[in-house]
Design a protein around this ligand. Sequence first.
Ligand SMILES: *Cc1c(COP(=O)(O)O)cnc(C)c1O
Length: 369
Amino acid sequence: MPKAQETVLEIDLKALKHNFDHLKSRLNSNTKFMAVVKAFAYGSDACELANYLQNQAVDYFAVAFVHEGVKLREAGITKPILVLHPQAANFKILIDNCLEPNLYNAKILNEFIAIASTEKLNHYPIHIKFNTGLNRLGFSENEVNTVVSKVKETSAVKIQSVFSHLAASEDLNERDFTLNQIEKFKNITEALTKAMGYKPLLHICNTSGILNYSEAHFDMVRSGIGMYGFGNSEKENKNFKPIGTLKTIISQIHEINKGESVGYNRAFKTDAFLRTATLPIGHADGIGRQYGKGKGYVIINNQKAYIIGNVCMDMIMVNVTDFDCKEGDEVIVFGPNNTAENLAETANTISYELITGISQRVKRVFIGY
Ligand SMILES: *Cc1c(COP(=O)(O)O)cnc(C)c1O
C-alpha cells in the first residue's frame, strides 16, 4: 500500500467482499440480500461500492433519500433500489429513475397512488413499512386493512415487499423486546398476505438482526454496517474487516515549552516540555470537536498520539512527545487495527456516526479490486 501523502480514506474492496461473503454465509442460500448504501455507503462511496456489489450476489440496494438513488442510477446501477425515506415532492423523479418507495403512512401511500395513477403506471413496486416498536416510521399494526383496501383499489401499484426495522438487534439484553417485534411482524404480514392474495417479500433484519436472529431472516435481509466491517459486538467484529482506513500525514512538528499553549482558545496549556505534530485533518473532514482535548487519538508508528486542545476546521495537533516520528510520516486515524468503533467510543459515539461523517472533502481511494 502506498504511503499517504495527504488525507485520504482508503477503501479496501477485498475486505468488502470478505464481509459480504461472511454475511451471506450466515443466510440460507435463498434469502435475498439488500445492500444498504445510504449516506455514501456509510461514508465510503456509494456509486463505487454499488458497482462493485452489483457484480456480487446482491439482490437489492437501499438508500435513504431519492437523490441518493438517482446518483446510483446515473452511475449505472440497474438492480432494484429501495428508497427508505422518500418525500412526496420527489415522487416524479423517483418514478423517472425506477426507484421504489417505502410508503410508511396513509398520507404518503395516498400521495404515491395518486401520482402513480396520473402517470398511468401499472403494478409499480412499492414497499410497505410497519412499525413494530422502533416508533420511527411505519404503519401501525392495526392499519393492515387500511393498506390493503387502498392498494386493492388500484392497479397502479403492487406491494413488492413488507418490512419493519428492529430497535435493538445488537443488544442481547433486549432479546425479549426484539422477539416481540418479530412476532408482531409475523402477525402483520400473515394478515396482509392473506388479504392481498399474494405474498410480498418480507424483511426485518439489519446487520445485527442477521447475526443474532437467524430465525427472522424471512425472504430478505438489509445490511449496512456489516458490509463495511463492523459486527456491533466484540465476538462478531472478529468475523468482519473494516473496509476503510483514514490516513493522513504529519505536516509539522513543534517543540512546546512549559507555560506555552496549543491551538485555538489556548485550550491546552502545558506544564512540561512536549512535542506536537500538526495533521491536515479537522472537523470539516469529520473529526468533530468532541474528539479534542485529549479524548481522541491517532496512530503514529504504532503508538497512540492523543489530540491536544481544540480540533480546528482543517487541522488537529497531537501529542508525539516520546515518539520516533518526523514531518511527512504517515498517520492512521482509523483502520482495521485501531478501528473507527474504538475511536468513536472516545467521543461517546458509534462507528456509524464517525464513518458516515467523513466529509466529501476527503479523497477516497480504492484498493483490492
Ligand atoms: C440503515 C438501515 C439499515 C442498515 O442497518 P445496519 O445496522 O447498518 O445493517 C437497515 N434497515 C433500515 C430501515 C435502515 O434505516
